[in-house]
Write a protein that binds this ligand. Structure first.
Ligand SMILES: Cc1cc2nc3c(=O)[nH]c(=O)nc-3n(C[C@H](O)[C@H](O)[C@H](O)COP(=O)(O)O)c2cc1C
Length: 388
């Protein structure tokens, strides 16, 4: 079988076939009934195009900037904390994105040190949660700054809602002998995945970037526990964090115009309109349904990014037409990584690039910056408005 795949759906199929069931389920994620998870994807299908057929632009420019970094297409990797997808984890993801000429968000819960990730892709934005006391948060920022991170992403949309109607995967605290015996049947049913890890060593379920370099890395559950016990941040805390960082600063997880305005007041340079890929409060509408209201409120003051449900280039074009400057991809990048390592990630970006280019061509637009809502056929009642 050719390594190359022609759609994100095919990468998803291959990932499902290759990954042990626990790892696969951890990537599908989603909370409760998965209403938000499903709406994130199905909402895109409701938006239509009416392509032109002549007088079309011979060349289309897909390049833009995100948080001051030049990217060859308006798509970057969203930070995701699941690690056991590929033996090189976040380094492989960073390499694939670099080969595609774009940037990566690196989760605090990543398994690989930020120094290695920045070496693989200098366009790395470090993502943090409000976790631990201020000194610990500052130490994390300092490590990221020293490593050369080009921006900070503060993710705020998490309500610790953990149950799922279709069952959550069991994830071991660490890959010790007991865990290996317990998970052996799953690993043996996916020999290719198992072999790739056996060649490199078993997945490391630790989070090195939440502590200064050289300190022992806590386990994922250790880091999550610290976060759960931390008093929740206020907007004043957010402004403090932004000041401490000093560089490009994005707030991820905004769904409402009032919060978007507060993000501007706190000094953010960007926000991502996002519902954490359907992993936060279930019944939050698809992020794309909420995007225009937020973009109209703050789009002339800060960069408006978007994530949630992007599976093809036409989805990217729809989000841009509704006010996003660029989008971030979560699961699409993970499926690519699982299906083919760095080449698989690059493959996903190539699919999106070609889909964006086709949509621009059909819409008669020569640049991603020209897209407007009038490029879309929007059914009545599509958008959701938060009551004023
Ligand atoms: C498995 C998984 C892990 C994630 N981990 C993080 C994380 O550590 N930090 C974060 O800000 N967002 C995290 N997210 C959310 C993504 O960054 C992004 O918002 C979401 O995946 C976008 O939706 P999509 O998967 O449909 O593209 C995670 C999402 C998934 C699916």
């Amino acid at each position: 079988m050719s390594q190359w795949f022609e759609t994100v759906a095919e990468a998803h199929r291959r990932a499902k076939k290759r990954l042990p069931v626990s790892v696969y389920k951890a990537l599908v994620a989603g909370s409760e009934k998965g209403r938000t998870l499903n709406d994130n994807i199905s909402a895109f299908a409701e938006l239509g195009f009416a392509p032109h057929v002549a007088d079309l632009p011979g060349k289309r420019d897909l390049s833009t900037t995100v948080l001051g970094q030049e990217v060859s297409l308006p798509v970057i990797v969203s930070p995701t904390g699941v690690q056991a997808v590929h033996p090189d984890g976040e380094v492989a993801m960073a390499k694939g994105a670099a080969a595609a000429g774009t940037a990566v968000g690196l989760s605090s819960f990543a398994s690989r040190p930020i120094e290695e990730v920045v070496a693989a892709n200098p366009k790395t934005f470090f993502q943090v949660y409000w976790s631990g006391d201020r000194d610990r948060i500052l130490a994390r920022l300092e490590r990221a700054r020293k490593a050369g991170a080009k921006g900070l992403i503060l993710t705020l949309d998490w309500s610790f809602s953990s149950g799922r109607d279709w069952g959550s995967p069991v994830i071991p605290e660490r890959m010790d002998l007991r865990a290996m015996l317990r998970f052996a049947p799953q690993g043996l049913s996916r020999p290719r995945w198992l072999l790739s890890f056996l060649r490199h060593g078993l997945p490391d379920l630790t989070t090195p970037n939440v502590v200064p370099p050289g300190e022992p890395a806590p386990t994922f559950f250790g880091a999550y526990g610290e976060w759960m016990q931390t008093p929740l941040p206020t907007w004043a805390d957010v402004a403090w964090l932004r000041e401490q960082w000093g560089g490009p600063f994005a707030i991820k997880g905004i769904t409402r115009p009032d919060d978007a305005r507060r993000a501007v007041d706190a000094g953010a340079t960007a926000i991502s309109v996002s519902n954490h890929g359907g992993n936060n409060l279930d019944s939050t509408p698809a992020a794309i349904r909420l995007l225009p209201a937020v973009a109209n409120a703050v789009g002339d003051q800060i960069e408006v990014l978007f994530d949630g449900g992007i599976r093809r280039g036409s989805d990217v074009v729809k989000a841009l037409a509704l006010g996003a400057r660029a989008v971030m991809i979560g699961r699409a990048s993970l499926w690519g990584l699982a299906a083919g390592g760095p080449t698989g990630v690059q493959n996903v970006f190539d699919i999106l690039r070609s889909g964006i280019d086709s949509a621009l061509l059909g819409l008669g637009r020569s640049s991603v910056h020209e897209l407007v809502p009038e490029d879309l056929i929007i059914p009545e009642g599509f958008f959701r408005q938060v009551p004023a």
